[in-house]
Design a protein around this ligand. Structure first.
Ligand SMILES: [Zn+2]
Length: 587
C-alpha cells in the first residue's frame, strides 16, 4: 500500500506510531515497547503492544496488528487515503493535495468547509446581539440570574438569537446559497418555501466538535416559548451521537485526571467547568450514544455520571450505565441531594452550595453497584415475587460486566443487600453470564509456540536484517530450505519480498497471510531478540540443512525397507551413505 517514494510512504517515515496510537490508547512504556488496553477488544490487562522501533502494533489478545495506517483505518473505520491524511494531520506533516480526488469528494469537503465558516459567522452574530442590543440586554439579565457573569459568557461563547425571524438570515443570505443555509440548520423553510431563522428569541450556546470548531448550536428559550431547548438538526458537519459537548476543552483535564464527569446538558457542563472543574462533558440529550462512549474511551475509561435526579435523569443514568459497562468503563454515579425542596442538577447545586461542596460529593460518589443496589432496595421487597423483580432489575447490568470476578462479587453483595439466598442468585447470575453477548474471543495460545526457534529467528532476519536479507532469501530459496516447514507460507511471502529488493514491509507481508500465520509473524516480530548477524544466519541455515538431511534420510530408509530388491536400490544406498556422511560431519 505505502509504495516507496509515495506520499503515504513519506508520511509513514515521518510519523510516529506511538504518538498517533497514544491519541486513542493510554500507553505505558514497557521495555523497548509500549503497551496499553486494546481498543479493539475488551480486556483488563494490557495485551496491546506498540513498537516504536519497528513502527508497528500488535494485540496478543485479539490478534489485530499492523502499521500506523492499519491502526487508523481500524480505529476510524476509514479507507487508506483517509488514513494517510489523518496521520499526516496528527503529526503536522504537510501533504500535497491529491489531484485524483473525486469531484464528489471535493464538493463534499468544500461544502463542509462552508458550513463550518457559516457557523463561525453565526457565532459572531449571536455574540454581538447579546452584547449590543436591547433584546440582548434582557437575555443578559436572564443569564446573570442563572449566575453566569460576563467572564463565563465570553468564555463559553454564549450569544443571543433575536426574535425578528430573519435577522441572521439577512446577515448570511448575501454570502451563502439558500440550499446550504437550510442544510446548516441555521435556517428553515416555511410551507411556502420562504426561509426564516430556526433560532428566535433564544440564548445560544455554540457546540464545538472535538477539534474546537463550532458545528451546531444549542438554544434555550428566553421566555416560555416551547420547546425550552432547541438544538441544531443533524447536518453534514454535526452528528449528535458523535459529539460530546465541551470535550474539546475537557480532553486535557480528562487525560490528566483519568476520569470524566458526564452531565446531561450544556448548562450543567458550563456550571461545572466554570468553577475550575474542567474534566466535564455533556451528552446533550438524555440518552448517551455508543459512539459518544467510544469517543470518550480515547481519553479515559473512568466516568462519574451526574445526571438530573428526576425520573428522566434516572432512567437516562441507567441506560448510560449499561452502555458504559458494556464498554468496560469503571463507573460511579453521583446523585446530588435536594437543595431545600428542589431536586438539584449540577447547575443549581453549585450555585446554591458552591464548588467545594460539589467536589466533595464528586469524590464520594458511589460505584454503580451501590447505586443500583440502592435503587433495587427502594423497590418493594416484601414478597418473594417482589424480590425477584428487584433481581430482574439488576441482572441485565450484571450481564454486561465482562469480568467474571467482578460479576461474582456482585452476586455476593446483591444477595446480602436484598437478603436473598446466595445459591439461588448465583444460579440466576451464571445463567445471565452465559447469555452475555459478545463473549470474549479465544486466546490464541496455539499460535504462541508454533514454529521452531530457528525458523522464528530466520523470519525475524528476513524482516529486519537490511544488510543481508536479500542474500539470506537467495540461499533459502535455492536450497528450498523452508519447504515443508510449519512456517512455510510465512517464509515464502518474506522471501519473495526480500528478493524484490523493496524495503521490508512486514505489515504488508502480514496482510497477505492467513490469520494464523499473520498472528505468528507479529508475535515473532515482538519477541525480545538481539541484533541479527550473518554468522548467526549461517548457523540457522545449517540447522535447516541438517533437518532437511535427516528428513531425507528417513525417507530413503523407508524406501529401502519397502522395496529391498527394487531396481533403484543402488542409488538409494548411495544416497543414504552420502546423507549419513553429511550429518556426521555436521555433528
Ligand atoms: Zn486486542
Amino acid at each position: 500500500m505505502a509504495e516507496a517514494g509515495s506520499v503515504a510512504e513519506r508520511v509513514k517515515q515521518q510519523a510516529d506510531i506511538v504518538r498517533v496510537v497514544g491519541e486513542y490508547v493510554r500507553l505505558k512504556k514497557t521495555g523497548k515497547n509500549y503497551s496499553g488496553l486494546c481498543p479493539f477488544h475488551q480486556e483488563k490487562t494490557p495485551s496491546f503492544t506498540v513498537s516504536p522501533i519497528k513502527q508497528i502494533f500488535y494485540c496478543f489478545g485479539c490478534g489485530k496488528g499492523g502499521d500506523v495506517y492499519n491502526f487508523v483505518m481500524d480505529m476510524e473505520k476509514c479507507e487508506f487515503p483517509e488514513a494517510v491524511k489523518l496521520v499526516a494531520e496528527k503529526c503536522g506533516i504537510s501533504i500535497p493535495r491529491p489531484k485524483e480526488r473525486s469531484a464528489e469528494g471535493r464538493k463534499e469537503s468544500l461544502e463542509r468547509g462552508v458550513l463550518v465558516e457559516m457557523h463561525r459567522e453565526a457565532q459572531t452574530f449571536f455574540v454581538k446581539q447579546l452584547e449590543g442590543t436591547l433584546e440582548g440586554k434582557a437575555a443578559r439579565a436572564y443569564l446573570e440570574d442563572r449566575g453566569l457573569d460576563q467572564d463565563a459568557i465570553s468564555r463559553f461563547g454564549i450569544g443571543y438569537a433575536p426574535s425578528g425571524g430573519d435577522a441572521l438570515l439577512r446577515h448570511l443570505k448575501a454570502k451563502y446559497p439558500e440550499k446550504l443555509l437550510v442544510e446548516s440548520g441555521l435556517s428553515s423553510r416555511d410551507q411556502g418555501g420562504k426561509l426564516f431563522d430556526r433560532f428566535r428569541r433564544r440564548i445560544t450556546f455554540p457546540i464545538a466538535n472535538e477539534s474546537g470548531k463550532i458545528v451546531a448550536f444549542g438554544c434555550r428559550a428566553l421566555g416560555d416559548d416551547q420547546p425550552k431547548y432547541l438544538n441544531s438538526p443533524e447536518s453534514p458537519i454535526y452528528s449528535k451521537s458523535n459529539l460530546l459537548y465541551h470535550l474539546d476543552r475537557a480532553k486535557e483535564g480528562i487525560r490528566r485526571q483519568d476520569f470524566a464527569i458526564l452531565v446531561e446538558g450544556y448548562m450543567d457542563a458550563i456550571a461545572v467547568a466554570r468553577v475550575g472543574i474542567s474534566n466535564v462533558v455533556a451528552s446533550c440529550g438524555t440518552s448517551l450514544a455508543e459512539q459518544q462512549i467510544k469517543l470518550l474511551s480515547r481519553f479515559t475509561k473512568r466516568v462519574v455520571v451526574n445526571y438530573d435526579p428526576d425520573a428522566a435523569g434516572q432512567s437516562a443514568t441507567e441506560r448510560s450505565l449499561s452502555l458504559l459497562l458494556e464498554q468496560d468503563f469503571e463507573v460511579r454515579v453521583l446523585v446530588l441531594p435536594p437543595v431545600g425542596d428542589k431536586k438539584a442538577d449540577p447547575d443549581l447545586y453549585i450555585r446554591e452550595k458552591g464548588a467545594e461542596e460539589y467536589q466533595k460529593r464528586l469524590k464520594e460518589a458511589p460505584s454503580y453497584v451501590d447505586y443500583l443496589i440502592a435503587r433495587a432496595r427502594q423497590m418493594d421487597l416484601s414478597t418473594g415475587e417482589a424480590k425477584s423483580r428487584a433481581v430482574n432489575f439488576l441482572l441485565p447490568y450484571v450481564q454486561k460486566i465482562p469480568n467474571r470476578i467482578l460479576r461474582s462479587e456482585w452476586a455476593t453483595r446483591i444477595a446480602q443487600q436484598l437478603r436473598l439466598e446466595e445459591p439461588v442468585l448465583r444460579a440466576a447470575l451464571s445463567k445471565a453470564a452465559a447469555e452475555r453477548r459478545g463473549a470474549l474471543k479465544l486466546q490464541p495460545e496455539l499460535v504462541a509456540r508454533a514454529g521452531k526457534p530457528v525458523e522464528r529467528r530466520l523470519i525475524r532476519m528476513l524482516v529486519e536484517a537490511e544488510g543481508f536479507r536479500r542474500e539470506l532469501a537467495e540461499r533459502l530459496e535455492n536450497a528450498r530450505l523452508y519447504h515443508g516447514l510449519e512456517t512455510e507460507k510465512i517464509f515464502a511471502a518474506l522471501v519473495v519480498a526480500s528478493l524484490s529488493g523493496q524495503p521490508a514491509q512486514a505489515t504488508e507481508v502480514a496482510a497477505i497471510l492467513e490469520e494464523r500465520d499473520r498472528r505468528l509473524l507479529f508475535e515473532i516480530l515482538f519477541e525480545e531478540a538481539s541484533e541479527p548477524t550473518w554468522e548467526e544466519a549461517l548457523s540457522c541455515i545449517e540447522t535447516l540443512q541438517q533437518r532437511q538431511a535427516e528428513q531425507e534420510l528417513a525417507e530413503v530408509q523407508r524406501s529401502i525397507e519397502a522395496n529391498p530388491t527394487g531396481p533403484g536400490l543402488r542409488d538409494l544406498l548411495a544416497r543414504k551413505q552420502e546423507l549419513m556422511r553429511r550429518l556426521a560431519a555436521a555433528r
